[in-house]
Design a protein around this ligand. Structure first.
Ligand code: ADP
Ligand code: MG
Length: 447
């Protein structure tokens, strides 16, 4: 049946797409409205689902009405270990839940220590996670990881869980989001199964709760969380918590919980810097290259992306995924043209918002002169050089035109700005000190 459908699909998507994306899929069957496929990689499955999902569903539904969803799975054995089945919607009947009935969320098989790229902004969090993952005597309890969206909190938590389980298969490691914790709690209340609930959470060896800020303002969930927390700490069981901000900054959190959360080790993941972004891109590009052996990537593309894309690693990964997909579809190398073609929206969204004001202020600070001297008329070297540095940075880091920049520097002419920019370009080649100053300022402004 799938064989027959492929002909129609091929006609619709074109031979090129068909060969690249559809042919490598292996159909594994239908089950309750879900059509299951094996795909060569996770990326592959996501791509097919996003781009051809609707088509596949409508085609399959034309012979099997009722099909509403597709799932893609990578390989066989490895993945079934890596992704435990999702928790069952029905509550378990036994009073003492068996280990595989624990209400944890599945762990993502890609989120391991091996695939986590370490840099300055995350080295402390990584080191702390590693230490906890080694098992052994409980030293930091709880470990509290916090940081902005897409900086790797969930990745680190899953990595800890994988590592702990690998080192000690008997260990009961429970990972779930604070939202799931609340959901389970409410369900237990409703079904009058609070004893089971309490027993179950108190029977784990390691408890991980992701995005704990979610329970702020939810009083009875907080209360239950607090009791669970205390019971586990009393038994010397490891607890790992993440949040999008520091415990102090989570509003509507009871004080006793706040202080509990702070009682272990609190570490934060800082926004990524250029080097970390480049490292992550290089690592991921290596992975993709293994899947697309013929694909060529121009020098400078990854540097450009690391420079231009925001600190959220998820956005960075998405851009790279899109780039590889695009390149393999159109059969072109990955170069700057392709970047502009396929990532226009991402680049626009992450456009720098650095202002001329900000640059002028930072430069004045750096050279220990006044802002009025940067924009003022004096032409002595002590002011002129920083002024040129500021003009140069405005040209590099904002999208302002030379005349606009000139206006903001005390009404100077655009040729003056151009001269200043060129002068700094030359000096960066000749004068290590200037080069270093400019680089430092650039980083400070981009941070
Ligand atoms: P958070 O939970 O902090 O919002 P995630 O852990 O979900 O962020 O990370 C978002 C994405 O970025 C994931 O795909 C993750 O693998 C990836 N990622 C984040 N930090 C790193 C890193 N240092 N090295 C490799 N991948 C990373
Ligand atoms: Mg997360």
């Amino acid at each position: 049946q799938w064989g027959a459908l492929q002909t129609t699909i091929c006609k619709t998507v074109g031979d090129n797409n068909y060969q690249t994306w559809i042919k490598p899929l292996r159909f594994c069957g239908l089950e309750g409205g879900v059509a299951r496929f094996d795909a060569p990689t996770n990326f592959f499955g996501n791509y097919v689902s996003q781009n051809f999902g609707d088509l596949l569903i409508s085609q399959i539904a034309s012979v099997n009405p009722g099909v509403r969803r597709l799932t893609f799975k990578v390989g066989d054995a490895a993945n079934s270990v890596a992704t435990p089945p999702a928790p069952k919607p029905e509550p378990a009947a036994a009073a003492q839940p068996a280990r595989d009935e624990l209400p944890g969320a599945p762990l993502d098989s890609r989120f391991t220590f091996d695939s986590f790229v370490v840099g300055k902004p995350n080295e402390l969090a990584h080191a702390a996670a590693k230490r906890v993952a080694e098992g052994g005597p409980v030293t930091f309890n709880p470990l509290f990881l916090y940081g902005g969206v897409g900086l790797g909190k969930t990745h680190l938590m899953h990595a800890i869980a994988w590592e702990l389980r690998a080192r000690n298969p008997g260990l009961v490691v429970l990972y779930l989001s604070a939202e799931q914790f609340m959901y389970r709690f409410v369900q237990a209340l409703r079904e009058r199964r609070m004893m089971d609930f309490k027993e179950m959470f108190r029977s784990v060896d390691v408890l991980m709760v992701d995005d704990v800020q979610f329970i702020a303002g939810k009083d009875s969930t907080q209360e239950e969380f607090f009791h669970t927390f205390n019971a586990l700490v009393d038994q010397n069981k490891q607890i790992i918590i993440s949040a999008d901000r520091a415990p102090d900054e989570i509003k509507d959190l009871e004080n006793r919980i706040r202080s509990r959360l702070q009682s272990g080790l609190v570490v934060d993941l800082h926004p990524t810097d250029y080097e970390l972004r480049l490292g992550i891109l290089q690592t991921k590009a290596e992975m993709y290259r293994a899947h697309y052996p013929g694909l060529q990537i121009d020098d400078g593309v990854l540097e450009f992306l690391a420079q231009r894309i925001s600190t959220n690693v998820r956005v960075l990964e998405g851009a790279l995924t899109r780039l590889f997909a695009f390149a393999s579809l159109v059969g072109k190398p990955i170069n700057m043209d392709l970047v502009h073609d396929s990532l226009a929206d991402v680049l626009r969204a992450s456009e720098r918002k650095i202002s001329i004001d900000e640059i002028q202020r930072k430069v004045a600070d750096h050279y220990n002169i006044r802002l009025s001297d940067i924009v003022g008329p004096k032409r002595v070297r002590t002011f002129a050089r920083p002024r040129q540095v500021a003009m140069y940075l405005c040209k590099q880091l904002t999208s302002r035109s030379l005349p606009e920049i000139g206006r903001r520097f005390g009404g100077r002419d655009h040729t003056t700005v151009m001269h200043g920019v060129r002068r700094i370009e030359e000096l960066r080649q000749q004068d290590g000190q200037i080069d270093e100053d400019v680089e430092m300022l650039r980083r400070a402004l981009e941070a």
